[in-house]
Design a protein around this ligand. Structure first.
Ligand code: TRP
Ligand code: SF4
Length: 398
């Protein structure tokens, strides 16, 4: 059984190469070995874009096309839309009951983003709750790993705290050992021995036959009450004591690709190249990239260390080309436009398969909707199951 991985992205604009090198490429490489759930975090986008919902509307399916273009394969991972699964909101509400305000106020992104996005009023209830909504996203699928960048690590940490608190308040059966002993007392010593033996086997080897056999016995045993059955099941599977398992962050290396001006690549800085940028625009953007200011005239030598184009070469070019850049720049042997050509070519080469994969989805938007419909339906089954347990644990099963 593959371990579950979950991550999301906010649909606030076309994805660029920084997203590709900083996150998406990693998602693509995870999808074959893990049980991956990737979703469009449109509610999270609304926490900052509540006054410009058309941005979100426009970008939900566009972002999914970017994902598919980058190589996410709906046969290997589950792609879905947050707002179609109201259970996320339900868990968010229930977790909110026991989450101290201070936990949320102390998450570093809260103040940072308020500072950074000064043009928006982010003194909202929704924005304060951002990391807790994220916790609900993660916990509802009992995800083991959350691949995110450093900036999101504090949100995963809050998720772990929220899970711990929930399990502490509702998840752990009080005096579990004592109750387990009482349950065992309803069975014969031989039966208990057999149960323990098969539990050991299942937990050590994952043997599904042992699991099926034991569950069959437990659930058809008239001497056991429903609560005994549940207790034994949880004990057998090793999940008994915690309803919401704590996830682990899977830190993604930051993208080594800066923006066209050397700052972090970001759509709002106007220094990005979109994943699906058309050829001519990409070319003209790279041609316009600022270079070492020392190179005023073609004969003026430069220094690659003072030039963003060199950062691109470090990511995209082989050793031979890198030598050519170093020598050519320091000796004024090459011009800057000449120096940029291999970058233009390399980006084109990287984008080519993405553009090809995107083509059929652009031509047939129905396909994208079908992928999201299927993924959402699948995800919702898991979300519903978790909520059943959560409601029961909180005593909401009236
Ligand atoms: N906050 C994340 C970001 O801005 C997006 C997100 C929402 C997310 N819910 C999540 C990421 C759950 C991982 C898991 O990048
Ligand atoms: Fe930058 Fe290349 Fe021009 Fe040197 S030659 S300044 S590395 S673009």
């Amino acid at each position: 059984m593959k371990e579950r991985v979950l991550s999301g992205m906010r649909p606030t604009g076309a994805l660029h190469l920084g997203h590709y090198h900083g996150a998406l490429k990693n998602w693509v490489s995870l999808q074959s070995s893990m049980d991956c759930y990737f979703f469009v975090a449109d509610w999270h986008a609304l926490t900052t874009h509540y006054e410009s919902r058309e941005v979100i509307e426009k970008n939900v399916y566009e972002m999914v096309i970017d994902w598919l273009a980058a190589g996410l394969d709906p046969n290997h991972c589950t792609l879905f839309l947050q707002s179609r699964i109201p259970e996320h909101a339900e868990l968010f509400t229930l977790l909110a009951m026991g989450t101290p305000l201070g936990w949320l106020e102390r998450v570093p992104t809260y103040k940072d983003q308020q500072e950074k996005l000064k043009d928006k009023d982010l003194s909202t209830y929704g924005f304060l709750g951002y990391p807790l909504l994220q916790a609900a996203d993660i916990l509802i699928y009992k995800a083991k790993y959350v691949p995110v960048g450093e900036d999101q690590a504090s949100h995963v940490e809050l998720t772990r705290e929220a899970a711990r608190r929930f399990n502490h308040l509702y998840g752990r059966e009080v005096r579990f050992e004592e109750k387990l002993a009482l349950t065992f007392a309803k069975l014969t010593p031989e039966e208990v021995k057999r149960f323990e033996k098969s539990r050991k086997k299942f937990q050590e080897t994952g043997d599904l036959k042992s699991l099926a056999g034991a569950m069959d016995f437990v659930h058809n045993e008239p001497r056991l009450e429903p609560s005994d059955k549940e207790r034994l099941e949880g004990y057998f599977k090793g999940t008994g004591s915690s309803i919401l398992p704590e996830p682990q962050v899977l830190l993604t290396q930051a993208s080594k690709l800066p923006g066209l001006d050397g700052a972090k690549m970001s759509k709002s800085y106007n220094n990005s190249i979109a994943i699906r940028e058309d050829r001519a625009t990409q070319e003209s953007k790279v041609r316009k990239m600022p270079t070492d200011p020392a190179r005023v005239k073609r004969d003026d030598p430069g220094n690659p260390e003072r030039c963003t184009v060199w950062q691109f070469h470090k990511l995209y070019s082989d050793e031979k080309t890198q030598h050519w850049v170093q020598n050519g720049c320091l000796s004024a042997g090459i011009g800057c436009l000449e120096c940029k050509q291999p970058i233009i070519d390399a980006i084109l080469l990287e984008q080519q398969p993405m553009l090809e994969r995107a083509k059929r989805y652009i031509e047939e938007p129905r396909l994208v909707r079908d992928i999201i419909d299927a993924g959402t339906e699948k995800a919702r089954i898991t979300a519903r199951e978790t909520m059943k347990d959560v409601r029961q644990a909180m005593g909401l099963n009236y």
